[in-house]
Design a protein. Sequence first.
Length: 427
Amino acid sequence: MSEATSEKPKTFGVLNDAAVARMRQKLGIQYNQPRAPHNYEVTWDGSRHFAQGYGDDNPLWGKADYGVNTRWGGLIAPPLFSYSMGEPDAPPHTPEQKALLKGDPMAGIGSYQAVMEFEWWRPLRAGDRLRRRVALVGVLPKAQSAFSGKTVGEVLAFIYRNQNDELVNIRRGTWIRAERGASKAKKKEYELPKPYTPEQLAEIDAAYEAEQIRGAEPRYWEDVNPGEELPTTVRGPLTTTDVVLWHLGFGMGTTPSGAFKISYKVRRKAPGLFTPNDLNIPDTVQRLHWEKEWANELGIPVSYDYGAIREALLSNIVTNWMGDDGWLWKMNCEHRKFVYKGDTYWVKGRVKDKAMTERGGEVYLEIWVQNQWGTVVSPGEATVLLPTRDKPVTLPAPAQEDIDRMIAHEVERYAKMDTGVSLDDAG
């Protein structure tokens, strides 16, 4: 290949209006992610292993017969269990759609997970199966950012429906696209873990002992007051073993599951998911979450966690607090700082407000994860539906029950947030 043909185009890694326009052409086109789900069906084992992976021993999703005496009539899975599910469900693409989906208009531009937002409409019961569709639903340009100047928010919607064609939940993820040169220019500051004293470890153990699961005792809307704090939960210090146990329940996520020969078959199809380790053996790029050497190669001082672990921990403090009769309807969070191996998650929350609406008793929570230094690493919010003394919770409904109309609704919703900023004119 000649030098001329091997050169990248001048637009490679450049964030401009043309790239934004090409990205917008993909809005609403549904597609599948190229990997099988970790769980095809909700089972007691799958639900229990998933909850164990983030340290949640709530019997509602951990004991096979506990749920029989609750309003659910049986076992239900933890809120984030759909992360481990979702059979490919997108319709075939037209030639025009295939052309639009081919390639990344923002190739060479950094991608950084910023926000994750959830809505849950129906419980996942034993025997349920889920199908998943993914679509780009928002492209939100911003002229200036404290992080790296011009940025674009790329919003993906992951929508799940069960075997009865009922929408179960949606997960919306926002990734910030920023020119890598600008982001490198910003000095990185690391707050690294240090060896724990016996007193610090004793404090963590005491928090484990004090953890409360509301369970069968109803928490009524009338008894909740703005300003009250949720009981703190703790998880950590984070070890490599914790990450292994997380994967047992969650699955691998990026790299399809399977060892040895199965891993080879995956590598043969997607060699970019593997890089050589210090023995020149190809291994998953995900190992930066448990292999310090690979994390160092990528400029990160210590292996670190997954954002989804923190999302599970935030849901955990809410479900502990609300009890079996409550419903976690909405949750969102931002991931602002690394959580390294050796860090401790202190999960906290408070009641911001409450209201009686047409859906019933709603409670609005401020929730967050902070590390052992007191630094907030993932702030978030949640909306919980609680029973009143004279009425149980009524499950919320999605904005649209039809999956195609729901995706169109999401595109329209984010279009209203688009400020129409011109990146080419931004100074």
